[in-house]
Design a protein around this ligand. Structure first.
Ligand code: NAD
Length: 492
């Protein structure tokens, strides 16, 4: 049998390899069938030290930070173009690493390329601020890079998440370290390869595949890391935020959610049913913005739920490379068991399983980490399954009386990432949108994402905003510069 290929990472142009059979590897398992998706060299805390030193050297000495932004844009455009040239193969690798349907993986690569193109365009058009003089001087506020920034990402949207951080961080002139999730370590290595093939000077981006508690923690604590951008669970984000607080370095935290998805009695029912399904069952519910708490107005509750349950029953759960598939597996067996555990908790709390609540019976799916789309009702919003993030294809449905009731219940959560609503009354939509405590609100649509529209959370869902011009600001610090224009020497 051929020895497995172990993908190495590189620090400053030098490969870091692991011997075959060494424990210093991470093996990524394809959650669709349990096969090996790939093996990568596992980074260590020592690699973090080395990568930080290389990144500072590149930041100080390589032509990047001092390039004009429009010159940096040329390389960023080229990275976007090259990502699209490899669209199919990157999407396939992502599908094997994460189990997401191929259609979604193609979208992830498109989005990654879009981030590089967008921030290239921002570089071309960015304006610093100049203030009108109030004396014999003029002053301006400049966006400056931090130096070396660490970007730590989760497993649910590899390559898109990494690009969402790396593109603005590089655009702002920083050197970037990426710590991808140990579940999906391969795409970050490909992104780094493409960055260098596109002409990025060596050392400005390094991906270190490793575990959170050693490599991730070492990055956050490293005195050479001046800013941390993290996407992941709220508990991890809180721990990272505490260290950053001690170190007095800025953080961007994109964390978990338990988003309310609201259907008013005047909604277009068919569209709302489709929107609710796509909001929770897309990506098998492994989406931070999943609309996992459904609120349906009492007057239409029965009718709406019958239609929703019937359509959910006919969803196509299957292998991710099947073009007709609507829902693939969860990312790992451990995660599938965690999701199943939450459904059991829902049962114990007195919830009624309207559909799903188990693994599929299809013999072709038995080696994978599949779980059927599940809807639970009969609980109150205080139930654990209504308050804790499940991050799987599990929807909890609750009836509500009126606008005031649904605003109160919708906001009755520690999270504040997103919310959605379906209604024919735009005045009501506006009123409710303003009252919901969420970083993004969707009206008569759900889970749309615009590259130029800021994204982030209220409350325990995070700090800071990514995407759009806010994304560039996140990776920049402001420097004020004053120019004297005195005709005479300054007096006391
Ligand atoms: P996670 O918090 O377990 O891990 C995220 C990353 O942090 C991984 O790379 C992990 O290795 C690393 N990490 C773990 N412990 C660390 C530590 N002590 N120090 C530094 N790094 C550490 O999250 P996950 O299970 O990979 O992802 C799922 C979570 O991500 C969900 O809660 C989901 O809502 C959230 N998420 C949020 C967004 C958003 O934009 N708000 C987007 C996607 C996912």
């Amino acid at each position: 049998m051929d020895a497995p290929i172990i993908k190495s990472f590189r620090i400053g142009g030098t490969s870091r390899d692991s011997a075959v059979g060494s424990s210093a590897v991470i093996t990524s398992i394809n959650p669709a069938d349990g096969s090996i998706a790939g093996t990568v060299t596992r980074a260590t805390a020592q690699d973090v030290d080395d990568a930080v030193a290389v990144a500072w050297d590149a930041f100080r000495n390589k032509p990047w930070r001092k390039l004009r932004p429009d010159q940096r844009a040329t390389t960023l455009y080229e990275i976007g173009r090259r990502l699209l040239l490899e669209r199919e193969s990157l999407a396939r690798l992502q599908m094997q690493d994460s189990g997401k349907p191929m259609k979604e993986c193609l979208h992830m690569v498109d989005a990654a390329a879009g981030h590089f193109r967008y921030y290239a365009a921002v570089c071309e058009t960015w304006q610093n601020e100049m203030t009108s003089p109030r004396g014999e001087y003029f002053s301006m506020a400049l966006a400056e890079p931090f130096g070396v920034v660490a970007c730590i990402t989760p497993w649910n949207s590899p390559i898109m998440n990494e690009a969402q951080k790396a593109a603005p961080a590089l655009a702002a002139g920083n050197a970037v370290l990426i710590k991808p999730s140990e579940e999906t370590p391969q795409l970050a290595l490909e992104l780094v390869r493409i960055c260098y093939e596109a002409g990025l000077p060596e050392g400005l981006i390094t991906a270190l595949p490793g575990y959170g508690e050693d490599v991730g923690a070492a990055m956050v604590k490293h005195p050479g890391v001046r800013m941390v951008s993290f996407t992941g669970g709220t508990d991890t984000g809180r721990a990272i935020g505490a260290i950053a607080g001690q170190r007095l370095i800025p953080v961007g935290l994109e964390l978990g959610g338990k988003s309310p998805h609201i259907v008013f009695e005047d909604a277009d029912i068919d569209r709302a049913v489709a929107g609710v399904m796509s909001g929770i069952f897309g990506s098998a519910g492994q989406s931070c913005v999943a609309g996992s708490r459904l609120f349906v107005q009492k007057s239409i509750y029965k009718r709406f739920m019958e239609s929703l349950v019937e359509k959910t029953r006919s969803l196509c759960v299957g292998l991710p490379d099947d073009p007709g598939v609507q829902m693939g597996p969860l990312v790992s067996k451990a995660h599938r068991d965690k999701v199943a555990g939450y459904v059991d908790i829902g049962r114990q709390e007195g919830g009624k399983i309207l559909v799903g609540g188990d693994r599929p019976t299809d013999p072709r799916l038995q080696n994978g980490c599949f779980y059927m789309p599940t809807i639970i009702d009969g609980l109150t919003n205080r139930a654990r399954v209504c308050q804790e993030e499940i991050f799987g294809p599990v929807l909890v449905a609750l009836p509500f009386e009126d606008e005031a009731d649904v605003i109160e219940q919708g906001n009755d959560t520690a999270f504040g990432l997103a919310a959605g609503m379906w209604t024919g009354d735009y005045a009501r939509a506006w009123r409710v949108a303003r009252e919901l405590e969420a970083g993004s609100v969707w009206i008569n649509t759900y889970k749309q994402s615009h590259i130029a529209t800021p994204f982030g959370g209220f409350k325990d869902s995070g700090i800071g905003r990514e995407k759009g011009l806010h994304g560039l600001r996140l990776y920049s610090q402001v420097k004020s510069v004053y120019f004297g224009t005195h005709e005479k020497p300054m007096g006391l």
